[in-house]
Write a protein that binds this ligand. Structure first.
Ligand code: S3P
Length: 448
């Protein structure tokens, strides 16, 4: 299927991929840098910000809330308005494709006494928002959206917010972060309890901006306590490169014969690094060079070489949160490995930018790979190195990671793979095509 408005792109069999892949800044940290910068008093300076559409949309939103967000040379400068100082936007806030953007903004604004209407693109308007508006209602906010808790949605903020104690029912850093950001402008202690650890950038960055935040392990999981109404001090932030973007050149190198790719300076925060552990268990020739600490987080240069001896594994379900965005590209590696790869405990994949299990199942089947799935699991029968027939036109459903995954699949398949729309790649990895071409990948625009 092809969208009339999409930009189809074809990846053909690639020669060896070689060289260094400098991937862009981390998307999660970029969103949070802009939001927390806008809630600090004074000037936050950010280098390495991801200039993908998702993050640019969050920057525009922070301007609409009253902060100044400008690019000055290589730096982004945010002049914040202080906790409690956000202003009512004059127009609808359009978060484009970004679930992280809209959910974090809803949280940050929900404890201010004004109303905000949010919307997004056709993908974001299908995604569930009740997971965020339910805890926000405990602070005193109220949300009015389309049926099923979908955008467009107006959130009437709490003028006199009360702090909240909330156990997240799904493993979601977006939900956790929305509650913590709302808690910033509530008096007293806001507590979030999560059973499974999700990415902890909000906790680390809130502490970095000077908030009092305590994380304790308890019988229930992690208990995060934030003291409300802090004065946040502006920061100088060097955004690390995104491990979720690094996943694409790394996985491409593992499956394209003769490849040897270095992906420098990737954060290996354990809440994000699950894919790399999984690949190593599958027999990938993936090494961490130069291991070091960057801004208090483990980091290394990743070196990935063609790995003809990879085998399928059962991915431990308790690792899902630390690699939730990486299952699509993992399934492409699995298709090029020997044996079956089983992925369980991943129902959350069904509510991402699209239903990622369904999109990958349909696309992989189109490429000649046997795949089975259920509500919260799927498994891929590997065809061994170079064994994927390819030759498919794949629908990406406005999902950047589905588009990049199938373009990587095409680099190692016997016949070219076309995605019906490469446009969404610009949300998180605008330089994907140029970067992969420099390594040796071959793309064609064959028209729709
Ligand atoms: C993100 C959290 C994850 C992830 C998303 C970014 C974040 O979503 O999929 O790409 O920055 O907090 P969930 O929290 O919904 O799992």
């Amino acid at each position: 299927m092809s969208h009339a408005s999409g930009h189809p792109l074809t990846a053909t069999a690639s020669g060896p991929l070689t060289g260094a892949a400098h991937v862009p800044g981390d998307k999660s940290i970029s969103h949070r840098s802009l939001i927390l910068g806008a809630m600090a008093v004074g000037e936050t300076r950010i280098t390495g910000l991801l200039e993908g559409q998702d993050v640019l949309d969050t920057g525009a939103a922070m301007r609409a809330f009253g902060a100044s967000v400008e690019k000055a040379g290589e730096e982004w400068v945010v002049r914040g308005v202080g906790v409690g100082g956000l202003m009512e936007p004059e127009d609808v806030i359009d978060c484009g494709n970004s679930g992280t953007g809209v959910r974090l903004l809803m949280g940050a604004a929900a404890t201010h006494g004004f109303s905000v209407t949010y919307t997004g693109d056709a993908s974001l308007r299908k995604r569930p928002m009740a997971r965020v508006t339910e805890p926000l209602s405990l602070f005193g906010a109220a949300a009015y959206g389309r049926s099923g808790g979908r955008l467009p949605m107006t959130v009437v903020g709490a003028g006199d917010p009360v702090p909240v104690r909330y156990a997240t029912p799904v493993a979601s850093a977006q939900v956790k972060s929305a509650v913590l950001l709302a808690g910033l402008n509530a008096p007293g202690e806001t507590v979030v309890i999560e059973r499974e650890a999700t990415r902890d950038h909000s906790e680390r960055m809130l502490r970095g901006f000077g908030a009092e935040i305590d994380v304790r392990r308890t019988a229930e999981g992690h208990e995060i306590t934030l003291v409300g109404r802090p004065e946040l001090s502006p920061q100088t932030i060097a955004v690390p490169r995104d491990p979720s973007s690094a996943a694409f050149p790394v996985c491409a190198a593992l499956i394209v014969p003769g490849s040897d790719v270095l992906v420098p300076n990737i954060g290996l925060n354990p809440t994000r690094a699950g894919l790399f552990e999984t690949l190593r268990e599958m027999g990938a020739d993936l090494t961490y060079e130069n291991p070091r600490e960057e801004g208090g987080e483990p980091a290394a240069d990743l070196r990935a070489r063609f790995s003809p001896d990879m085998h399928g594994i059962e991915v431990p379900p308790d690792r899902a949160a630390s690699m939730i965005d990486e299952y699509p590209i993992l399934s492409v590696v699995a298709a090029n490995a020997a044996g079956t790869t089983v992925m369980r405990g991943v129902a959350e994949l069904r509510v991402k930018e699209c239903d990622r299990i369904d999109a990958m199942v349909q696309g992989l089947r189109g490429c000649g790979v046997a795949v089975r799935d259920g509500p919260d699991w799927w498994e891929v029968d590997g065809r061994g190195p170079g064994g994927v027939p390819g030759g498919a036109m794949v629908a990406v459903h406005l999902d950047h990671r589905i588009a990049m995954s199938f373009l990587v699949a095409g680099m190692a398949a016997r016949e070219a793979v076309t995605v019906d729309d490469a446009g969404p790649i610009a949300t998180s990895f605008p330089i994907f095509r140029a970067l992969m071409e420099r390594l040796g990948a071959a793309f064609e625009e064959r028209g729709s």
